[in-house]
Design a protein around this ligand. Sequence first.
Ligand code: HEC
Length: 127
Amino acid sequence: MTRKLFYLSLLISVAVAGCYYDTSEELYSAANQNIVCDTSAVTYSVSIAPVINASCNSCHDKTHAAANGNVTLDDYSHFAAVATGGRLMGSIRQQPGYFAMPNNGGRLSDCNIAIIQKWINMGAPNN
Ligand code: HEC
């Protein structure tokens, strides 16, 4: 295979994989593995809510929460309660003893997990 063809097929397989994992986090983590994770200016509204919206709220918004462990994550107060209640980090880190989330496959990027941990350490502010 020529170099050009090789890169073309690589590009296509990345594009296909991108469509298959239809969450922005998968793309984000694949694309940014070598970029330093910035946890210096973490906010609920900008750093966290969009990630949870993209990866979790298809199952954990108010409409679907009852069918998914009664866990609601689509607004600040519900999300903060779950986050500070102790079940969140174990599940997104996919540790033993927790239901691994998201449960439709994949995993949040290490950077997004670090950002959420930082926000909890800050006292889970509504910022
Ligand atoms: C495809 C649906 C689906 C998605 C997407 C999903 N969850 Fe869940 N989640 C569930 C179900 C179902 C349960 C209940 C597990 C059970 O009781 O079997 C659950 C339970 C949980 C729990 C309680 C876990 C425990 O061990 O007590 C947390 C916390 C949670 N989800 C967080 C998240 C977060 C954060 C995301 C996004 C990163 C996410 N979930 C994405 C379906 C989903």
